[in-house]
Design a binder for this molecule. Structure first.
Ligand code: 13P
Length: 251
């Protein structure tokens, strides 16, 4: 069954005490909101994961923003998927455009990270999306297709069940320039069709595909009303409990 998800990616924001406070505020707001149509996920920095996990109840789950491509060993500064699993973390964001751009993470590296995460029992929120020049020259379908094929299509149908896709056009991230609901829906439908071509229509219909990029409490409702948009991966607007809950309740 396809699930609706709203996930907050805090990126490199909030000192520890601020992060715990935000998690507590989100938890209270989620409890107050009653029955929700979506799962709620927050992804704080590594350092905050354990404390933030203690600050939320069972209606909010905690994800990491990254994991290592290797299982263990002499990789200074890295955090393995197994460590995340041992800390009770259920899922991990892989392939965010900031990781691809600032840290040179290639499709091959992301495929390895995904393999590590899945083998440790984590779910993966796998990010894809084109840059502005690729949108302008009409190559965006080719770009998202190759990111999915190269990053994920080595997975078995069984492994695929633990994958969530996040379509985040790079030109919409942190710019205030969100994709229109029609632009987002067009790409989401294409992504679902691409998945169907590999894993079959039922698997594609069951796959959660999130939109990310300047999604906020004002535009979420229209975006989430699209048939192939199953929620959002939220940056800036996830750093304030009030805004984030406005998105969580936008279905
Ligand atoms: P913004 O919501 O700040 O545009 O960030 C989106 C994003 O990158 C989420 O991963």
């Amino acid at each position: 069954m396809r699930k609706y998800i709203v996930a907050g990616n805090w990126k490199m924001n909030k000192r520890l005490s601020e992060g715990v406070r935000l998690a507590e505020e989100i938890n209270v707001a989620v409890e107050k909101a009653g029955a929700l149509k979506c799962d709620v996920v927050i992804a704080p920095p590594f350092l905050h994961l354990t404390e933030v996990s203690k600050a939320v109840g069972n209606k909010v789950s905690v994800a990491a923003q990254n994991c290592a491509a290797e299982a263990s060993g002499a990789y200074t500064g890295e955090v393995s998927a197994s460590m995340l699993q041992s800390a009770g973390i259920a899922s991990v964001i892989i392939g965010h455009s900031e990781r691809r751009t600032f840290y040179g993470e290639t499709d091959a590296v992301l495929a390895k990270k995904t393999g590590q995460a899945l083998s440790c029992g984590l779910k993966v929120i796998f990010c894809i999306g084109e840059e502005l020049s690729q949108r302008d020259n009409g190559r965006y379908f080719d770009i998202v297709k190759s990111q999915i094929e190269n990053g994920l299509f080595h997975l078995s149908a069984d492994e695929w069940k633990n994958i969530v896709i996040a379509y985040e056009p790079v030109w919409a991230i942190g710019t205030g320039r969100t994709a229109t609901s029609a632009q987002a829906q067009e790409v989401h439908a294409f992504i679902r069709q691409t998945i169907a071509g590999k894993y079959g229509q039922p698997s594609a219909d069951d796959t959660t595909i999130l939109y990310g990029g300047s999604c906020n409490e004002n535009n979420a409702k229209e975006l989430f009303a699209q048939p192939d948009i199953d929620g959002g991966l939220i940056g800036g607007a996830s750093l304030t409990a009030e805004k984030f809950i406005g998105i969580v309740t936008a279905f």
